[in-house]
Design a protein around this ligand. Structure first.
Ligand code: DGL
Length: 282
């Protein structure tokens, strides 16, 4: 048993889409979440920049005493997970790509046409394609980057025709040309527009990695024997820029359960210097 919190992080509020599934299934677990809202989006940045930001955040989470880190970000998972594991060898680190790739390979056969959407970095890394084909070489996969969607979601522009038009801009041709029937939402921001996508393409079967990662979290907690024995005092949500959207999104996620939530800002400079003034040296 281990009552320390689980650390989650993302470039912004996208990774929050994992939290409701976790709270439903494992209500005694306590969370520390970090959203790098001041520097989002990551998906159009160089891998070296994404790696440097991820090192700062993972150092911060380890210094904060987490028992495990969940990379609630496809962009970081697809580009830096091996580097993060090397940097923190004694902390279990889970990425979001493998569980969803596994589910996709399980539910699809050669008769299906799989589409993967994500940020530029995620799509360029080929992480989903490699993992899914690793499970079944006969599967057919097309992928495309949708870089304008994350900034709109971070701005809270969801229930608006601008969002629907942006989705159609990226997906109309992609879905019809490739005859896609199964779509992997390869960015943790996209579950927030899942209803928009489903309404525009009602016959699509959608795979949501934010939901799929739950099983890996449960498995890892069991494997290391580190389930929390009793409900923790509070959940802490850090942001590098505590925007109204970020706070509102969290309040909405927890509105029915109403647990003790603490909001804190860690500015990018403090993060860069390290919590205790140490330099990260990447
Ligand atoms: N939500 C993230 C992902 O899953 C990052 C989006 C971004 O910052 O570009 O890829």
């Amino acid at each position: 048993m281990d009552n320390r919190p689980i650390g989650f992080f993302d470039s912004g509020l996208g990774g929050l889409t994992c939290i409701p599934y976790l709270m439903d299934a494992l209500p005694t677990e306590r969370i520390i979440y970090f959203g790098d809202t001041a520097r989002t989006p990551y998906g159009s940045k160089a891998v070296s920049t994404i790696r440097a930001f991820s090192f700062e955040i993972s150092d911060f989470l380890v210094e904060s005493g987490v028992k495990m880190i969940v990379i609630a970000c496809n962009t970081v998972s697809s580009t830096c997970i091996d580097d993060l594991r090397k940097r923190h060898p004694s902390t279990p680190i889970l990425g979001i790509i493998s569980p969803a790739a596994h589910t996709t390979a399980n539910i699809c056969g050669p008769e299906n046409r799989i589409g993967v959407i994500g940020t530029k970095a995620t799509i360029q890394s080929n992480a989903y394609r490699t993992k899914i084909l690793g499970y079944n070489r006969e599967l057919d996969i097309a992928q495309t980057a949708c870089p304008a969607l994350v900034p709109l979601i971070e701005e809270g522009i969801i229930l608006h025709e601008i969002m629907d038009l942006s989705i159609r801009y990226y997906l109309d041709h992609f879905i019809s040309y490739n005859a896609i029937d199964t779509l992997v939402l390869g960015c943790t921001h996209y579950p927030l527009i899942r209803n928009n996508i489903q309404k525009l393409y009602p016959n699509l079967r959608i795979v949501d990695p934010s939901q799929e990662i739950l099983r890996s979290i449960g498995d890892a907690l069991a494997r290391y024997g580190i389930f929390a024995a009793s409900a923790g005092a509070e959940h802490t949500f850090y942001a590098s820029d505590l925007s109204e959207n970020f706070v509102n999104m969290i309040r909405r996620i927890f509105e029915s359960t109403n647990p003790n939530i603490v909001f804190k800002t860690i500015d990018a400079e403090t993060l860069r210097r390290g919590r205790n003034g140490a330099n990260h040296g990447y």
